[in-house]
Design a binder for this molecule. Structure first.
Ligand SMILES: [Zn+2]
Length: 282
């Protein structure tokens, strides 16, 4: 039995307003209001279910918004995976020979101020001086920086090397020399013995890409590739996750169809019953 039939009998007995009156007529506006509210709720529910039904029916079409998104995601994953494959550095055909072990002679290291470093490799002298930032006006906040004011890294790069190897070598030597000057200053400040290094330590052939590693054994080409690979791998993980979620969403929308149809039929029946009694939204 529908709830309003029970209420119709129950309410007059317990309603204080109904006490001592004709009952049914006095209770009528109260029941009618409750029925109108119920009808409004049912109409809202029917609209929601109609939307869900449309979604579920769309999900069963061979092409729908889910399958379109899945296609886009699959294409994006394939592209990212192809990019990943392309990012593997080509195995070096022949590594350049290591640089000659010409000793790096430390001529002077002074912590200053201003700090100064001077070394000699073969016949070339390299010198650095601490850069004083005058804009700081005495209370220097920025860390001091050694600036090379003497020496050309190209002069210690073998002239026999082909240009495509020599150019990156000069770049790496330049970075390694500046790193060396900072290291030497740190070593002297910490009263540690000076390292015994040679030119070969400043740039070593990189076995992975055939380029050059710096004083710390880092290769900027390989580091850049590794960083880009990480980005792409993160992209692939994110895209796969979205694809799984979209697939699950599609399956859910398909599975719900019979449930939605049944719920909609029930709501329609309840609405029809209320309307048959003359209930209309306020
Ligand atoms: Zn490399």
């Amino acid at each position: 039995m529908a709830w309003w039939r029970l209420r119709r009998r129950a309410v007059p007995e317990h309603s204080p307003s109904a006490a001592g009156t004709t009952g049914q007529e006095t209770a009528q506006p109260y029941i009618r209001e409750a029925e109108q509210r119920r009808l409004l709720r049912l109409l809202k529910r029917r609209a929601e279910l109609a939307y869900d039904l449309e979604q579920s029916e769309q999900a069963l079409q061979p092409v729908n918004r889910w399958t379109e998104r899945l296609d886009e995601l699959s294409a994006a994953i394939a592209q990212a995976e192809a990019d990943l494959d392309a990012l593997k550095p080509p195995p070096p055909r022949d590594l350049p020979p290591p640089l000659p072990p010409i000793p790096i002679e430390v001529i002077s290291v002074s912590s200053g101020p201003p700090a100064q470093v001077e070394v000699r490799i073969d016949t070339e002298t390299f010198a650095w001086r601490e850069e004083v930032d005058w804009s700081e006006r005495g209370h220097q906040l920025a860390p001091s920086r050694l600036l090379r004011h003497r020496g050309d890294p190209a002069s210690v790069a073998p002239a026999s090397l082909p240009e495509h190897l020599r150019e990156p070598l000069i770049e790496r030597l330049s970075a390694s020399l500046d790193q060396l000057a900072e290291d030497l200053l740190g070593t002297v400040s910490a009263a540690e013995p000076l390292p015994s290094l040679t030119l070969a330590d400043l740039a070593r052939p990189c076995p992975s890409c055939g380029g050059w590693q710096d004083l710390r054994g880092r290769c900027p080409v390989c580091t850049g590739l590794a960083w880009r690979r990480q980005q792409l791998q993160a992209d692939v993980r994110r895209l796969r996750k979205e694809r799984d979620a979209t697939l699950a969403d599609l399956q859910r929308a398909r599975d719900r169809l019979p449930v939605i149809r049944r719920q909609l039929a029930e709501v329609e029946a309840d609405i029809a019953a209320l309307r048959a009694k003359g209930v209309e939204p306020a």
